[in-house]
Write a protein that binds this ligand. Structure first.
Ligand SMILES: Nc1ncnc2c1ncn2[C@@H]1O[C@H](COP(=O)(O)OP(=O)(O)O)[C@@H](O)[C@H]1O
Ligand SMILES: [Mg+2]
Length: 671
């Protein structure tokens, strides 16, 4: 006995107990200080470093002072470049269906605008034809238009050009929506396929919010905003192009005004574009953090409330929200900045055009003067500006495309689902004989080995109990068997077939697992037991009966059709394990892994379940990772895992006979 006494006495004696308490208290105080940091360390600034000499890029840094928060596990999200890369546009055109589709869209936009301008020009030509000569001016100085017999043909011309323009407009809208929606659908499908086939290490190192953001906000922009921006941009682009040409032909002096205005517009656009795209990237990243924070909080709500950390989480939510809002505000301010300048340029050019028309009143007929003023004002006060702003909006949507494509580029999928040239026989594995040869595995490239050279042979229908300290690598054996993570070294054979040589679907469909944390999906009980509708109701009920959950399910409203909510939260963990057990019974695999499958089940049900396991899976090779030692003592052999290596592997009686064996010690400690 080291020390004895009341808390007060022990603290005063300054012995081991007081040291223990002091370290604990100190630690807690440190943690408290750390926790308060977000409150004190508000978002300091967004630093914009001067453009890098080498690549001319602006370097943004959102300085929030919480560098440690993300830790080492989660990799920072890339900000991308300051502009959207050309390969992104090329990739998007590929998803649209190739250059042919892109050209078709441009052609339709060009023809539509041409028809619309022709409609306007028709009026001008009509007016000029109908313009009276000086003699017919009436006394008040007003002009009386003499439309004559040509009125009928002009009306027909006007109506028909307008109808054609309208038809082309409809055709163009249809083509844009069809082609661009197809592009976003294909992009979504490609991304979804890629993400779903990513190895676990990707999900370990990527916060859920980041992935969700790709599929919510980014996809929304590509789906809805991008088609509308591209369509409007193409319309305005051709409108500007055609108007410029027509007005230029009518009064070549107009090009003088353009010579001043266009460089200014280009300059502001280029200047603005840089910051605009970068800010769009920043907005995406800060929003990812926001979504990640929100999902993490929702998932851990019970824990947060239990530990009374609600305030802390509200504070840190405000903090990530601040970061996002700050970028948004900058974004809006920049937008305003460029708009004010564009408005000034418009005002200047409209004024200049008007002066030009007045000065040239001798050479330009009043009808064309009207047309020029109309087009000029239209163009400068709205069209060019709209063209620029839709181009920017479209480009900013391409930031979302780039973010989605970035995942397509960088993510490496798992091994193929099926390898046609090397498919195992349909009846494989008929025996269920497992052979591990120097199996070494690490979870990620940079991490140490978790399995450090496991070699063993497990015979057909053998029941192996696996025990060992927490973190000794028991669950990792299952991870290696299912190839959730590929081996660093060594091989695993099932019935003589090297599992690394076959497709993942072929492998995983032949094995069953009841994992440590049972997984149920949103849907019904039936869907969770038999997602592919392969079994009859009798088979389902019999499996439920064998896993001792039949009574509970039959009491539910709807029985097999009873709803299961997200994560199966409307069932207790134990019930979820029992449903998973029923699922495994149905699958009837030759190899079954139970990972502490009964850890959340009361002792009485546990012993019933153990009975079931023995009966229902008697033809299976079973690996039973045990939570309660007594449940595996009647196994054929016991594997004691010790720090990623095989500590002991023998019959339970042999191991227990030796009082110095690890198993004997564990049994003694458990008593
Ligand atoms: N997804 C993961 N990424 C990195 N390391 C992991 C992961 N899962 C488990 N580990 C590490 O592998 C070791 C063995 O874990 P595990 O096999 O789950 O132990 P247990 O014997 O308790 O089932 C532990 O040290 C753990 O930290
Ligand atoms: Mg485990």
């Amino acid at each position: 006995m080291g020390e004895q006494g009341t808390h007060q006495e022990l603290m005063e004696s300054d012995g081991g107990y007081s040291k223990l308490i002091q370290t604990f208290v100190k630690k807690e105080e440190e943690e408290k200080k750390k926790e308060q940091r977000p409150k004190m360390r508000r978002l300091k600034s967004i630093r914009i470093k001067s453009p890098d000499q080498a690549n001319g890029k602006f370097d943004f840094e959102v300085d929030d002072g919480d560098d440690e928060v993300d830790g080492k596990l989660i990799e920072e999200e890339q900000t991308g470049g300051s502009v959207v890369q050309l390969s992104t546009y090329a990739g998007y055109i590929h998803y649209m269906g190739g250059w042919g589709m892109a050209l078709l869209m441009l052609l339709l936009a060009g023809v539509t605008v041409f028809c619309l301008v022709t409609t306007n020009a028709c009026v001008a030509i009509w007016l000029r034809a109908a313009m009276p000569s000086n003699e017919t001016m009436d006394g008040q100085g007003g002009a009386v238009l003499d439309l004559g017999e040509e009125l009928g043909s002009f009306i027909i011309l006007y109506v028909s050009t307008f109808t054609v323009a309208l038809l082309f407009l409809l055709l163009m809208c249809y083509a844009f929506i069809r082609i661009l929606l197809r592009a976003s659908t294909r992009l979504h499908n490609a991304l979804f396929q890629r993400i779903i086939r990513c190895p676990m290490s990707f999900f370990d190192t990527t916060p859920l919010g980041r992935i969700l953001n790709r599929f919510s906000k980014d996809l929304d922009e590509v789906d809805i905003l991008l088609p509308s921006c591209l369509q409007k941009f193409s319309l305005f682009f051709f409108a500007v192009l055609i108007s410029l040409t027509v007005v230029g032909i009518l009064i070549p002096w107009y090009y003088l005004i353009l010579a001043v205005v266009l460089p200014l517009i280009c300059m502001y656009t280029i200047f603005f574009r840089r910051g605009f795209c970068e800010m769009k990237f920043m907005e995406g990243i800060t929003l990812s953090k926001l979504v990640a924070h929100l999902t993490a909080t929702m998932q851990g709500l019970v824990t947060i409330r239990t530990f009374r950390k609600t305030d802390h989480f509200i504070r840190s939510f405000g903090y990530v929200l601040d970061k996002n809002t700050l970028v948004l505000e900058l974004f809006q301010t920049t937008y305003r900045w460029v708009h004010v300048r564009m408005d000034l340029i418009s005002a200047f050019s409209t004024g200049a055009t008007a002066v030009l028309v007045v000065l040239l009143h001798d050479t330009v007929s009043p009808a064309f003067a009207g047309f020029i003023l109309f087009t000029g004002i239209n163009m400068c006060s709205g069209m060019v500006q709209s063209m620029v702003s839709f181009a920017m909006d479209a480009e900013s949507c391409f930031v979302a495309v780039e973010r989605m494509m970035e995942y397509l580029k960088v993510l490496e999928p798992e091994a193929p689902e099926i390898i046609e040239s090397n498919r195992p026989p349909a009846a494989w594995p008929s025996e269920g004989k497992l052979k591990f040869e120097n199996v070494q595995m690490r979870y990620r490239e940079s991490l140490p080995l978790v399995l450090k050279g496991i070699s063993m042979t497990i015979e057909s229908k053998e029941r192996i109990g696996i025990v060992g300290r927490t973190g000794s690598g028991k669950s990792t054996l299952g991870v290696a068997l299912f190839r959730i993570v590929e081996l660093a070294e060594g091989k695993i054979h099932i019935d003589g077939i090297d599992i690394s040589s076959i497709g993942l679907k072929d492998l995983r469909s032949k094995l069953s697992i009841i994992p440590q944390d049972p997984v149920l999906f949103i849907g019904t009980v039936r869907y969770n037991l038999d997602p592919h509708n392969n079994y009859s109701d009798e088979e389902l009920w019999s499996a439920l009966a064998q896993s001792h959950i039949k009574d509970k399910i039959s009491q539910l409203d709807g029985k097999l059709e009873a709803p299961v909510i997200e994560n199966g939260e409307n069932f207790s963990v134990g019930e979820r394990q029992l449903i998973c057990m029923a699922r495994a019974i149905l699958r009837n695999s030759k190899v079954l892994l139970l990972d502490e499958a009964t850890a959340a089940i009361d002792t009485k049900t546990d012993s019933l379940i153990q009975q079931t396991i023995r009966e229902a899976f008697k033809d299976c090779t079973m690996l039973i990772i045990a939570h309660r030692l007594n449940t595996v003592l009647d196994c054929d052999r016991i594997l004691v895992m010790d720090d990623g290596k095989i500590g002991e592997f023998d019959k339970p009686d042999t191991l227990q006979a030796d009082s110095s064996s690890m198993l004997s010690k564990m049994v003694a400690a458990a008593k």
